[in-house]
Unconditional design. Structure first.
Length: 201
């Protein structure tokens, strides 16, 4: 995030959809704080002048992005709209109404503060330099369990019931392991011939 130079800040929504919102901006040490009403149609500006920015907060989710700039039209910060976020809850990852994964097998979250420290000349003190915070979410997911476009009518009905949680919350079908000998015997019975040692499948 960039920093302003003791100036008022233009704020512009990128979408006209949604309701009006209030964006709260605070400077370092709370020396300046401003509640800005966004009308979703035109750019508005803070009433106070900011020499630094420490925090933003929207009172409700936004459909599009909210962009905060300086007086030279340099983008200082962007708050992404709700449709840009992937939501991770229980064993599902979604974006908006779209399922991004049928089943989450494992997940992890890591946060790196990217700071370093160095000694201050002539003292025993340490200077701590805070960098850009990096947040990373990783997940191992199960892929599509079947190509539902090629299912029979009965299979399609079952697929819809499982997908819509009709039969139970997040019910999943698991593939069963079959012994190879059982498969050989079943194929032999269908073919009407005994399976010899030289038979290959």
């Amino acid at each position: 995030m960039g920093q302003p130079s003791n100036e008022t800040l233009p704020i512009e929504p990128t979408s006209t959809e949604g309701t009006s919102q209030t964006l709260t901006i605070e400077s370092d040490g709370l020396t300046t704080s401003d509640d800005v009403s966004l009308n979703r149609t035109t750019s508005v500006a803070t009433t106070g002048s900011f020499a630094s920015i420490d925090a933003f907060e929207l009172d409700t989710e936004t459909q599009g992005d909210v962009v905060v700039s300086d007086s030279s039209d340099n983008e200082l910060a962007r708050i992404h709209g709700a449709t840009e976020y992937e939501r991770f809850l229980d064993d599902q990852i979604t974006r908006g109404v779209e399922d991004l994964a049928l089943e989450v097998r494992s997940a992890g979250l890591s946060v790196s503060n990217n700071y370093d420290k160095s000694g201050v000349m002539g003292t025993v003190k340490q200077a701590v330099h805070v960098g850009q915070q990096d947040v990373e979410f990783t997940a191992t997911v199960a892929g599509q369990l079947a190509q539902h476009e090629h299912l029979t009518a009965e299979e399609q009905t079952l697929y819809q019931a499982i997908r819509d949680n009709t039969l139970g919350d997040r019910l999943r079908l698991e593939q069963e392991r079959l012994a190879f000998g059982a498969v050989q015997r079943a194929v032999a019975a269908i073919a009407g011939a005994s399976m010899g040692t030289n038979c290959r499948i």
